[in-house]
Design a binder for this molecule. Structure first.
Ligand SMILES: C[S@@+](CC[C@H](N)C(=O)[O-])C[C@H]1O[C@@H](n2cnc3c(N)ncnc32)[C@H](O)[C@@H]1O
Length: 192
């Protein structure tokens, strides 16, 4: 299962990399699901609209039938959008089979104050209350542990772009700060 599958590009990559019976992509955004259905319809793959932080009792009936049956739960660049992470972790644990594995990444934006003075840092921090790396990653670790997933492996990855930085600055983020230089990615793996 690909959580926050977006356009379905990652589901397509997973289908090339893994031996699978079925791949299910879920995303909160119906437009993304529609796009994935049209552009990344792969054999035995289905895309379903679902907010992964919704109460389990309100989940799509098709997905509820997968309870305890999903062998790999993957999520790329999505979990940082979730507010109710405790509930999301419980839902993930509902879906996972006894021998299943969860492979997810959690983004952290590094030291966003690195180019400001100490005085400015203090002032901004009072307003933004920007959490520490430990807090952001720790919240997910605790949520998964509380949901019963206790074996955990954490890896830190320096993000690498397949496109030249020019692509981001002249293309999609013309006015943004050098975002690639500060984003940190933590890969968390959980085993049942
Ligand atoms: C940056 S995109 C990543 C898409 C895809 N995983 C990829 O790597 O190309 C993040 C996706 O997470 C989805 N998303 C955000 N919150 C979600 C939630 N609560 N439940 C399910 N999907 C969510 C968004 O709609 C969006 O498509």
């Amino acid at each position: 299962m690909d959580i926050g599958c977006g356009s379905g590009n990652t589901a397509k990559i997973l289908s090339d990399e893994l031996k699978y019976d079925r791949i299910i992509g879920v995303d909160i955004d119906p437009n993304m699901i529609e796009f994935a259905r049209i552009n990344n319809q792969i054999k035995n793959t289905e895309y379903i609209v679902q907010d992964i932080s919704n109460d389990w009792s309100l989940w799509d009936e098709k997905l509820k039938k997968l309870s305890g049956k999903v062998s790999v739960i993957f999520s790329n660049y999505c979990l940082h959008w979730i507010n109710d992470i405790e509930r999301a972790a419980i839902n993930i644990s509902h879906l996972l089979s006894n021998t299943g594995i969860v492979v997810v990444d959690v983004l952290y934006c590094g030291d966003i104050y690195r180019n400001v003075t100490n005085e400015e840092r203090k002032k901004f921090d009072e307003i933004l209350k920007y959490p520490t790396e430990q807090k952001v990653i720790g919240r997910w670790v605790s949520a998964f542990k509380n949901a019963g997933l206790t074996k955990i492996d954490i890896k830190y990855w320096e993000p690498k772009s397949i496109y030249p930085q020019k692509f981001y600055f002249e293309g999609i983020f013309p006015k943004m700060i050098n975002i690639l230089s500060i984003i940190k990615i933590f890969f968390l793996c959980y085993y049942n």
